[in-house]
Design a protein around this ligand. Structure first.
Ligand code: FES
Length: 117
């Protein structure tokens, strides 16, 4: 089953839309550098509104004063307690065994579709 999310031009890079599906909280559809991702809008930690969080880079450190920023905008940070998740896989950065549910998103012509099964 799929649901029409909107037109590609209405979801420019860096934007998101929370679609009222998949339970009370909905599903967040994100455009990150032209690639679409979707995750359930419920944080697996304590149920926070995950898709209202900030999009961040993956910050890595190889030691004091050596910090790099990778994958700008691909990490979703929960607004409640700052747990971070990869939008692409749903995996938590703190513990890859924890994950938020992800959904497939396709673009057909100018239309964006969210696949629920
Ligand atoms: S509810 Fe999301 S980090 Fe706690």
């Amino acid at each position: 089953m799929r649901r029409h999310v909107g037109k590609v031009q209405d979801l420019p890079s860096g934007s998101r839309k929370i679609v009222p599906l998949g339970g009370r909280s909905g599903i967040g559809v994100f455009n990150v550098n032209g690639k679409f991702h979707a995750v359930k809008n419920v944080c697996p930690h304590q149920g926070g509104p995950l898709c209202q969080g900030r999009l961040r880079p993956h910050v890595r450190s190889s030691g004091p004063y050596h910090v790099t920023w990778e994958r700008e905008g691909e990490i979703l940070k929960c607004p409640w307690h700052n747990w971070e998740f990869e939008l692409k896989t749903g995996r938590a950065l703190y513990d890859p065994r924890l994950r938020v549910r992800t959904y497939r998103v396709t673009v057909e012509g100018d239309d964006v579709y969210l696949h629920l099964a």
